[in-house]
Design a protein around this ligand. Structure first.
Ligand code: UTP
Length: 408
């Protein structure tokens, strides 16, 4: 893109300020900035102007979860079906590790965090150990796709290679990078991270399938005959991955998505709950739950919106492929964005200072025709690490790991 073309594009979106230091840049830096301006989707920034409209929900009604008693009664049959699918190579796993983990506050990718106390035990290692349980049970390797972002790709791949994938078969590990989106101040103006570089952040975890497709990895999916992808977050160290019972239940119930859910521990707990929205599966975020919904009861007298999602979903690939071209809703999230101050010096803010633009994996559920919410025992499968201390922290996850017999 030429300077003239860049100016034209920037003027269209009111972003001319990003050329403030252009004349100070070397020729290479100038070209890099122009290339970045060309590649950046600025149309999404317009969303700031009608931010209030973005969160509009349809009519919410309950969606019954398959609860523990039903799962126990059918465990053998579900597990048999799931293991058969895994052994036939029909199940792959997708680790979402492109996030910035700003709340944890470590400079390294979250998966490199050492949760061990008397020995090294990294978050990535916990996840791979959990997946290895199924590899052993099924006696077959499972393809593991790892999503990173521009911000952590190098360090993530280097770390896992150095650690020899914690014993996982290297040919079964595939990396791909997610897309980035510009980050802005509260007026929707793009921040500069350096004089010749726009501030960007990963575009949320909802772009994973499109990014996987763009990176060419669907070839691997097709060649291997993978029909189901189990998507999961990097931060839940107790996560069961490619869980045969869960896979089997989703297949037997003929759903195109399975969602692992836990019983909330309080009506106002900060987790998204599974529901129907305008008759289709959906997730209502905790901040969208009205008092009426929070206190609603189903026909058995139980709380109607009581099963929280834990970012562990099993998607049917053929249905994902129908969606890949569809538009995902945009979420505008307040975050701490490293940027230049008025004097052009780099700063790392202590408090949120602007917006990131994200797509979320939970919105993919609403685009699917059917979903099986599958209850799991909270203390056995849900130990998220979002913060250093307190709720959902390194501390709480360590306690849960120990409760489950993991030596730290
Ligand atoms: P979170 O919502 O906890 O976001 O991600 P985060 O960026 O990791 O952490 P904070 O909010 O800055 O503290 C949930 C899961 O989605 C992945 C994360 O890596 C984590 O597994 N994720 C999130 C991505 O892969 N890409 C993204 O752009 C955002």
């Amino acid at each position: 893109m030429t300077l003239e073309q860049a100016k034209e594009k920037l003027a269209k979106y009111g972003q001319e300020h990003v050329l403030k230091y252009y004349e100070e840049l070397s020729e290479t830096e100038k070209q890099t900035l122009l290339d970045q301006i060309e590649a950046t989707d600025m149309s999404i920034l317009e969303a700031c102007k009608h931010k209030g409209d973005l969160a509009k929900k349809g009519v919410i009604t309950p969606l019954a979860a398959m609860q523990l008693n039903e799962i126990e009664a059918n465990r053998d049959s579900f597990t048999e079906t799931g293991l058969a699918a895994i052994r036939a190579g029909k199940v792959g796993a997708v680790l979402l590790a492109g996030g910035m983990g700003t709340r944890l506050g470590s400079d390294d990718p979250k998966g490199m965090y050492n949760v061990g106390l008397t020995r090294e035990l990294y978050i990535f290692e916990c996840l791979i150990n959990n997946l290895m349980d199924v590899v052993r049970q099924a006696d077959t390797w499972i393809h593991l796709f790892v999503m990173t972002s521009d911000k952590n790709h190098e360090s993530t791949t280097r770390f896992l290679q150095e650690k020899k994938f914690f014993g996982y078969q290297p040919e079964y590990v595939h990396f791909f990078k997610q897309e980035m989106a510009a980050a802005t101040n509260y007026e929707g103006k793009i921040y500069l991270e350096e004089k010749g570089k726009l501030s960007t952040s990963p575009n949320g975890n909802g772009g994973w399938f499109v990014s996987m497709k763009n990176s060419g990895l669907l070839d691997v999916v097709h060649r291997a005959g993978i029909e189901w992808l189990n998507v999961f977050a990097v931060d839940n160290v107790l996560q069961r991955i490619a869980d045969p019972c869960f896979v089997g239940a989703t297949i037997q119930k003929e759903c195109v998505v399975g969602a692992k859910v836990v019983r909330k521990n309080a009506p106002d707990e900060k987790v998204g709950v599974i529901c129907l929205e305008d008759g289709r599966p959906s997730i209502v975020e905790y901040y969208e739950l009205t008092d009426e919904l929070m206190n609603a009861r189903d026909e058995n007298g139980d709380p109607a919106y009581y099963f929280g999602v834990i970012l562990n979903y099993l998607f049917k690939v053929s249905d994902l492929e129908k969606l890949a071209a569809g538009n995902m809703p945009l979420h505008i999230v307040e975050k701490k964005i490293p940027c230049l101050d008025e004097q052009g010096d780099p700063i790392k803010p202590e408090e949120p200072n602007g917006y990131k633009f994200e797509n979320l994996v939970l919105d993919m559920i609403h685009q699917m025709d059917s979903c099986l919410p599958f209850e799991v025992v909270r203390n056995k499968e849900f130990a998220p690490i979002k913060n250093k201390t307190g709720v959902d922290s390194v501390e709480s996850a360590r306690a849960l790991l120990q409760e489950n017999g993991v030596v730290l």
